[in-house]
Design a protein around this ligand. Structure first.
Ligand SMILES: Cc1ncc(COP(=O)(O)O)c(C=O)c1O
Length: 468
């Protein structure tokens, strides 16, 4: 059979599109009964993909057939049982948006090449600014995820507060801050000594007194404190740093306050959410991950900056070959981020919000908060478990009760047994050196039945491990 031409005729395009749609819909239709994880035999499946580039094309049907086991042998990260790490989800409308965007393949890195499409993205980012309570004049950029948003936030704050010579600059963060912040600082050119990692209180929130002490100490040494990264939902336990106090201290000393709200920021949309993440609206910049809290597919983060011009000043660049495109003064998204050519990621945010409406997301977020509280109460009622803290957002953190050494030794076995049932997938971490299990409820597909299954599995396996 001859290889498929690069420009198939419309009938063939339709047949191929139907084949992919059928494949995907079958995947989604069976999600509820798929195991939460299945890596049995995956080595052989992966080995099958170590292959030379084919000189001749192969039929789409054969390729889909090959993809099926590669998808099956994995963590079912879009399924209802995925309660590990920070779940994503994958609202289907976003897949349609990606399909549409890549098929029409318009160039949105620069606004002039598709002004109305660029406006769609700018509007969607503007919605995010408004939802976080940022004032007019704020701007943002869609990124591939929280890590890159945090990177651009650090570069913006550095540019704004320190100028070109910045080795004496100091960034303050807590011991619970996501490791991508330290990585971003390193990539932004900061030496290790620029990071001041501060202790947290009993609920794992940054201690404002420690922040103030560290700033004063550094000022006395002639250093330049310039930025605090506050957590709005830590990855470990969902802790929210005391933003109002952090903001007050930072303002007094002229520091830029960045909220890493990659996980937690969207809970502001739930009823009572403004109190849960109170103070976020006062921050200079905010990282949000729609691929977490808006349940969109992996690959969509956002950075919002109160002074939109600061974001542009830190990233704007030009070249003579694009002089025709900068006639209007601004390049567009390329002026706000390290990227030039990029996908039209705005559609993947705009289309789901248009199709479902914000209320659907608010309801989901409220349900996730309630489920986490329910799981916390159910586990707390079991004497075999020691809870770390009532969930500040939708993470439940706990360990086996008993002597530390034994609980830390049995914890991994408990996790292994629960996950081996394949109904849910949980993950673990270390908090203050102690082995800690966690349930993170964040998928729009996770409802009470699945969280109840997680709790039951934990109780039964804990009873089998440590006795009734
Ligand atoms: C609080 C927090 N910040 C940043 C990140 C990094 O985001 P991404 O994986 O989208 O780069 C994560 C990821 O889980 C996170 O939980």
């Amino acid at each position: 059979m001859p290889s498929l031409p690069l420009e198939p005729d419309p009938e063939r395009l339709e047949a191929m599109t139907r084949a992919v749609a059928g494949f995907v819909i079958e995947q989604l239709r069976t999600l509820d009964t798929q195991p939460a994880s299945d890596l049995d035999g995956v080595e052989a499946v992966a080995a099958g993909f170590r292959e030379p580039v084919p000189e001749a094309g192969r039929p789409l049907e054969d390729l889909l057939e090959r993809l099926a086991p590669a998808i099956a042998k994995s963590y079912t990260t879009n399924g209802p049982g995925y309660l590990a790490y920070i779940p994503g989800g994958g609202v289907y409308a976003a897949a349609l948006a990606d399909f549409l965007a890549t098929a029409v393949n318009r160039y949105v890195g620069v606004s002039q090449t598709a002004p109305a499409l660029a406006q769609i993205e700018e509007t969607a980012v503007g919605w995010l600014c408004g939802l976080m309570g940022l004032p007019a004049g704020s701007r943002g950029i869609l990124t591939s995820g929280g890590s890159l948003s945090n990177f651009s936030a650090i570069v913006t704050a550095r540019h704004q507060r320190l100028g070109e010579s910045f080795f004496d600059g100091r960034i303050y963060l807590s011991e619970e801050t996501h490791h991508c912040v330290a990585k971003a600082a390193r990539l932004a050119g900061f030496p290790q000594a620029s990071l001041r990692t501060l202790p947290t209180d009993e609920r794992l929130r940054l201690l404002p007194e420690a922040l103030e002490r560290a700033i004063l100490e550094d000022l006395r040494k002639g250093l330049r404190p310039f930025m605090v990264v506050a957590n709005v939902g830590t990855t470990n336990t969902g802790a929210v740093d005391p933003l109002p106090r952090v903001l007050a201290i930072a303002r007094e000393h002229g520091l830029w306050v960045h909220a890493d709200a990659a996980y937690g920021g969207f809970f502001r949309l739930a009823p009572g959410g403004e109190e849960l993440v109170g103070g976020i609206e006062g921050c200079d910049s905010i990282t949000l991950d729609p691929h977490k809290g808006l349940f969109l597919p992996y690959g969509l983060g956002a950075l919002l900056v109160r002074d939109g011009e600061a974001l542009a000043r830190a990233h704007r660049d030009t070249a003579s070959y694009i002089q025709d495109l900068t006639a209007a003064g601004s390049l567009g998204f390329a002026d706000l981020s390290p990227e030039l050519s990029r996908d039209f990621r705005g559609l993947r945010l705009w289309l789901p919000l248009q199709l479902h409406g914000l209320a659907a997301f608010r309801d989901q977020l409220a349900e996730k908060l309630a489920l986490a509280r329910w799981a916390h109460d159910a586990l707390r009622a079991d004497p075999r478990f020691e809870m770390l803290d009532p969930p500040q957002l939708s993470v439940v953190a706990f360990r086996l009760r008993g002597p530390a050494e034994e609980a830390d030794r049995l914890g991994p076995e408990l996790l292994r047994r629960v996950n081996a049932r394949r109904r849910v997938l949980l993950s673990s971490t270390r908090v203050r050196g102690r082995y800690t299990l966690r349930i993170c409820v964040l998928s729009f597909r996770t409802h009470h039945d699945r969280v109840r299954d997680a709790v039951e599995a934990l109780r039964e396996e804990a009873a089998a491990l440590v006795g009734p």
